[in-house]
Design a protein around this ligand. Structure first.
Ligand SMILES: Nc1ncnc2c1ncn2[C@@H]1O[C@H](COP(=O)(O)OP(=O)(O)OP(=O)(O)O)[C@@H](O)[C@H]1O
Ligand SMILES: [Mg+2]
Length: 286
């Protein structure tokens, strides 16, 4: 994949010391939207005093059960939400104070990505490319290559999106995010709902892209194996807080000491929270 555009901000003091992302004591609460409901409704602290740093070129995983605050954190990082307190910097640029500058170097993919359903992956991606000032034969070639790397080829490239499986659509969303060669890529559950083959394609693509380009990836997942195989470091999230942060190996080593036998990442979560990762299907209150 070519670096089709250079999205790094050119002016001002952009950090170049190997730090991609700094999250310092960030809090985000959701309360009942309407004042007269406030007495009855409960407020949720979705992200609760979270701090961490991601190095440039790292694949950083956020592993946590449903409702633990993963998507909220990703939205905060991508400037879609504003934190109640705390600071977030991407390449040294304050996400709250300079969202426009930050947006030039980051891209987010969420499970509920929107497309023109009647149009094909090629047409959707050509549209996205045009928004970023990329057109013509170069755009087509770059799109074909990205789609091909993700295992989307043949008729699927030109068939309407609405005829594609959710997994396929998810891959197209990922292709779209890579199209602009973002310096920081935020992937909210990039492989959830994909079959093993599609999951493998997406993971291989993320790894390969990191190998070839100067990209930093922050991804969320429920999947222990994915966190273990794909991520350089993993933050384990529980109820809006980071309960552990280390390499997968480091997390397992610490858990092995706690449980007194060789531990899996599943043991890591269980030994930290007393609960199983999959058990936590919390009822999401609106
Ligand atoms: N816009 C919102 N308004 C009110 N509450 C919200 C909003 N977004 C998220 N929440 C609440 O914040 C908490 C964290 O939600 P979030 O979606 O960040 O979790 P998650 O870890 O991404 O979960 P999942 O694995 O199901 O995607 C939940 O209790 C959720 O109900
Ligand atoms: Mg989520």
């Amino acid at each position: 994949m070519d670096r089709v555009t250079s999205e790094m901000p050119s002016e001002g003091a952009v950090r170049s010391d190997g730090v991609a992302l700094e999250v310092a004591d960030v809090v985000k609460r959701f309360g009942p939207a309407l004042p007269w409901l406030r007495r009855r409704g409960r407020s949720v602290t979705a992200v609760d005093h979270v701090s961490f740093t991601v190095r440039r070129g790292e694949i950083f995983g956020i592993l946590g059960p449903n409702g633990s605050g993963k998507s909220t954190l990703i939205r905060l990082l991508s400037t879609l939400l504003i934190p109640d307190s705390g600071e977030i910097r991407a390449f040294g640029i304050d996400v709250v104070r300079q969202p426009t500058r930050v947006k030039r170097s980051i891209n987010r993919v969420s499970v509920e990505a929107a497309f023109f359903k009647k149009l094909s992956p090629m047409e959707n991606l050509l549209f996205a490319a045009r928004v970023y000032g990329l057109e013509g034969r170069a755009a087509r070639a770059a799109i074909r290559r990205i789609l091909d790397d993700l295992g989307i080829d043949g008729k699927a490239v030109t068939a309407p999106m609405e005829e594609m499986s959710r997994g396929m659509q998810q891959k197209v969303a990922i292709a779209r995010a890579f199209l602009t060669s973002p310096a920081l890529l935020l992937l909210d559950e990039p492989t959830t709902g994909l079959d093993p083959r599609a999951k493998h394609d997406v993971q291989a693509f993320v790894r390969e892209t990191r190998r070839l380009h100067d990209v930093t990836v922050v991804l969320t997942t429920h999947d222990m194996t994915e966190a273990e195989q794909l991520c350089d470091r993993v933050a384990i999230f529980d109820r809006g807080r980071i309960v552990a942060l280390d390499t997968p190996e480091g997390l397992r080593r610490a858990a092995s000491e706690r449980v007194g036998r060789p531990a899996t990442l599943e043991d890591v979560f269980l030994s930290l929270t007393g609960r199983r990762l999959e058990d936590e299907e919390e009822v999401v209150e609106g």
